[in-house]
Design a protein around this ligand. Structure first.
Ligand code: F6P
Length: 545
């Protein structure tokens, strides 16, 4: 069974939302609160998460209509189809089962009439045993020295998830130092190799296809470096690989104990829970890795079983559709108030934009409404001193997710109240703004004369009414991080269902790759072929001597 193909704009909920939008578009959120809107009616408390979505330009009618839209688009059934292993990635004829790779031992998930759980649990065990043996020093480098450093070689989903999680869980890290090489820019790999001791470094090549130019080039450069320093025999002790392409791994010279398989029904950008997370497991230890999976699993159960009005990914997804498709917001910002989560926005950029940046619907028709959100952001408070000006006083409406933690990780951290006061104050300021009356009385207190006040007034007014979701979590831990990432994964799924698109392919990255490979041939043979005039002159300049 494939996903239903429903044009959301033809549903009755969409039509009702359109007319409801006219009622609500100019309503001031602070007025809503003054008139009795209660945060508790727009908050979901779940596990150690509290999601307050009350500071949004919506009321209970909006929410009802948005959730009706989800029902009309057959979301409930689509969720079941995803979790039960149906081939909902129709353009690649694949199931979508990142939830299965973090699944529990008692689950049974059928793909092509076969239960996939036994093989998932087997590869999870292999990751755990390998990690335990590396950390205990049972697995060593070719000169019997224990490993001190690991290097993940991968790009896109084979890099962003692992590197984001390793950074996020640094506090929980094992004794291994982790590094990530991704860019085909040779300076990136050479910069990292510069400080590494080949005797004590383990390289993990992660590539679902094992054909990605960046990864294979970096792996080859590193292999040559290793052979130069330690001889050909060292390769089998210093390289591990994660891929679906086991033949290519063998040709690289990696021994089977160090090969970790993947399945084609796990998309790269959703794969950190699988063997792709080997570098995560090595860097935080197998127990913490298991807790990361547990947290995600818990969110899976919440998503699968909660009614839509209590379902965090569903509510967040529908609010985002409200802004994207009715308010015509261009972007969404993700602002984690934790330096550990500095890589979350970049990770979500791939997860969201590679999934939902589509313009053909599930009927193959060109889409006449907006899909994929543009995601960006950075940590608070750093971003307050960078781009918050534009969110507060710019011309664009930018809904933001504020992510914060009640407790810091270090007990001697005396600055947490300062961090969190900014966290709470910013969402309040974004909503409340500052009226001309408030600005005038502030300026009057500075003994400015009337002309000066008149001049400064427009620059000092804050329009306010800027929407935010507050995602408040008890503490950053492997488990809570697992839940947080899974929450965003499911939000992506919901939006893809509503927008009637296929979220799990990424054909849009192919054209650039094809052209780059042609251009590389031309550059290496110093024989540029006919391009457009701009590309011709750029190539001529590059090849000038
Ligand atoms: O950029 C396209 C893409 O296919 C991503 O979807 C994927 O995460 C990345 O390249 C890396 O692919 P692979 O793991 O096959 O090297």
């Amino acid at each position: 069974m494939t996903l239903k193909k429903i044009d959301p704009t033809q549903t009755s909920s969409w039509k009702s939302l359109k007319s409801h939008f006219n009622e609500i578009k100019d309503v001031d959120m602070k007025e809503m609160f003054r008139k009795g809107k209660k945060a508790k009616d727009f908050t979901i408390n779940w596990d150690d998460f509290s999601i307050d979505f009350s500071k949004n330009r919506l009321n209970s009618k909006t929410l009802d209509l948005l959730l009706n839209l989800a029902s009309e688009c057959n979301l409930k059934h689509a969720i079941e189809q995803q979790f039960s292993g149906e081939k909902i990635n129709q353009t690649e004829s694949r199931a979508v089962l990142h939830s299965a790779v973090r699944g529990g031992i008692d689950q049974k998930i059928m793909v092509d009439n076969q239960d996939v759980m036994p093989s998932i649990l087997k590869s999870r065990k292999k990751i755990k045993t390998f990690t335990d043996n590396v950390l205990s020093g049972k697995i060593t480098g070719s000169t019997n020295k224990p490993f001190t450093d690991i290097v993940n070689i991968g790009i896109g989903g084979s890099d962003l998830g692992p590197s984001m999680v390793v950074e996020a869980l640094k506090y929980y890290s094992s004794k291994l130092k982790s590094h990530f090489v991704s860019n085909v820019d040779g300076d990136h790999v050479l910069e990292i190799l510069k400080d590494l001791n080949p005797e004590t470094t383990l390289f993990i090549i992660v590539s679902k296809t094992f054909t990605t130019q960046e990864t294979i080039s970096n792996a080859t450069t590193i292999r040559n470096w290793m052979v130069r320093m330690m001889g050909e025999n060292s390769v089998q002790s210093h390289f591990a690989a994660v891929s679906t392409n086991t033949n290519a791994i063998e040709n690289f010279g990696i021994k089977s104990d160090y090969v970790f398989s993947m399945n084609d029904w796990v998309g790269g950008r959703f794969s950190l829970w699988s063997s792709v997370g080997l570098s995560i497991c090595l860097s935080i230890g197998s127990e913490n890795f298991e807790n990361l999976l547990k947290g995600a699993r818990k969110m899976d159960i919440h998503f699968k079983s909660s009614p839509f009005n209590e379902n965090i990914p569903v509510v967040l997804a529908m609010i985002s559709i409200w802004y994207n498709n009715f308010f015509n917001c261009e972007t969404e910002a993700i602002i984690p108030y934790s330096q550990y989560l500095s890589k979350l926005p970049a990770y979500l950029q791939q997860a969201v934009m590679e999934s939902n940046g589509k313009s053909a619907d599930r009927n193959g028709q060109n889409i006449a409404y907006q899909t994929g959100n543009i995601i960006w952001g950075n940590t608070g408070t750093n971003s307050q001193h960078a781009f918050f000006q534009l969110i507060h006083q710019g011309t664009k409406l930018i809904p933001c997710d504020f992510i914060g933690f009640n407790k810091p990780l270090y007990s001697e951290n005396t600055q947490h109240n300062k961090l969190m006061s900014n966290f709470f104050a910013q969402t309040e300021a974004l909503m409340m703004g500052k009226t001309s009356g408030e600005v005038k009385s502030e300026l009057a207190k500075l003994s400015l004369d009337e002309n000066q006040i008149k001049f400064l007034l427009p620059y000092k007014i804050f329009e306010g009414n800027k929407p935010t979701n507050t995602i408040l979590i008890e503490k950053l831990s492997p488990k809570s991080l697992g839940s947080l990432i899974a929450m965003y994964e499911h939000k992506i799924f919901v939006q893809g269902i509503i927008w009637n698109i296929f979220s799990y392919d990424q054909w849009g990255v192919e054209l650039g790759k094809q052209l780059a490979s042609k251009v590389l041939d031309e550059i290496e043979n110093k024989e540029p072929k006919i391009h457009d005039d701009s590309t011709n002159s750029l190539l001529k300049n590059y090849l000038k001597d």
